[in-house]
Structure formats: structure tokens, C-alpha cells
Design a protein around this ligand. Sequence first.
Ligand SMILES: [Mn+2]
Length: 254
Amino acid sequence: MERIAVLSDVHGNMTAFDTVLRDIDARGIGTVLNLGDVVGKGPRGSAAVARSRERCAVTVRGNWDDFLPHPDTVRDEALTWWHDELTAEDRAWLRGLPLVHHLDLSGRRIRLLHASARSVHVRVHFHHTVEEFDGAFATTELTGDGPAPQMVGYGDVHDTYVETQDGRTLFNVGSVGNPLDEPTASYVVLEGEPGGDRSAPFALQVVRVPYDVEAEIAVARDLRMPQREAYAVELRTAVYRGLHAERGLRADDV
Ligand SMILES: [Mn+2]
């Protein structure tokens, strides 16, 4: 049996990324796949690019990896900060990342991408329609031709879940660096026989890893990262920044 760790949405949070990689190592898992959004939102995007290049067998391109380095992107103060923190080589690497990766385990064709089969910029939330579920399995320009997948794994919404309907499974690996369901880093372990057939067992395990949230917030504070207050509240509470004002959530210490 082979075990593969699938993670996503590191978003420059090196404290969480390294904690998750240590957890993966401790389980003896040798293969790590990254579903993108390596950069943006957090303070150490360039280091996250370097670590992903070093540790992840494949990194697919996320929406942030796509738009942040793009020459046509209009950048405000915060986007300029995250952009300028990257090297020219980091940006070229991000823009060259593939949009999809496929693997076969225990007779299941598994499609991995950042957001959806339509586009890296088209989102499928935890609460989605039947059409959005079906769309994840569709053959599109982004996915290319090939066997239809029985499983699709993605990231993007920072919300971990597994849903099986009519023999097809859609799963979200959640976010390492900016989880918005509970304030612990999330990733998924897939276990099965490489290639294989349906007579072989298959497992999908969700792993939640506590990490030193305050150490990560201190890095953002020390670097004077823009939007560090919203970042701190998100890391502490797992509540999306658009809801902080109405819920009275603040971080006056950042
Ligand atoms: Mn993201």
C-alpha cells in the first residue's frame, strides 16, 4: 500500500507548513502533493515556495499563485507587499505550475486541482449545487482528456470535507496556513495500491494538526505585514475576515 499526503492553501504560513511536514514525516509518508495557493495572505510566501519546491512532488497552481505574479494584476498596498516579498524566480515558478494532477490508487482515478474543473478562479463552496458537484468530474479544457475520475480532491475554500454521491467522491483537503473551519492545519492522507484495482482497500484520512498560531502572528507583526490584524483573527478563530466586523472580532495586539 502507498500513502500520499495531499495539502493545500499554505498561504505563506511557514509555521503551519513546517509543523504539517513534520507530522507527515512522523507518519512515514514519503510523497506530498500540494494543491496550490502557496503564497499571499501570510508573511513568508517566498519561503513557502522554496519549501514546496523542496518537499512536494507536485504543486498545482492556485488562484493566488496565478494572479499575484501576473503582469496585468492591479495591486493595492497589501498585494504589492506579497508580490514584492517573492523573488523573480518564485514568480516564474508559480506562473508555470500545472493546473491539474491525476493519480490512480486501488483502481480509482483521482483528480487533484485547486478550485474547480472550470477555472482556478471558479470556486466550489462546502454548500454547493448538484451542478457544481457534477462539474468537478467533467472533462474540460483545464482537465484535459483521459479517463473520468471517480474522486476529485481540491482546496481553495479552506473548508475540509468529504462527500460521496453515486459512486463519486468529492473531497476538500482544507488549508494548512489559513483554515476557516477550525483553527488547526488540515491535510488529507490517501492510502491504496498504486494503480491497482477495485479489489484493493482504499482509505482517505483527514488529519488536523495544531501549530503555534501565536508564533506565526508574531512573524507577521515583526515584518509589519499589511492586513496582519485580519490575518491574526483568522488564524486564532478560523472566522473569515469579511465577518470580523459584524462579529466584533479584533486583534488589537498585532
Ligand atoms: Mn486560498
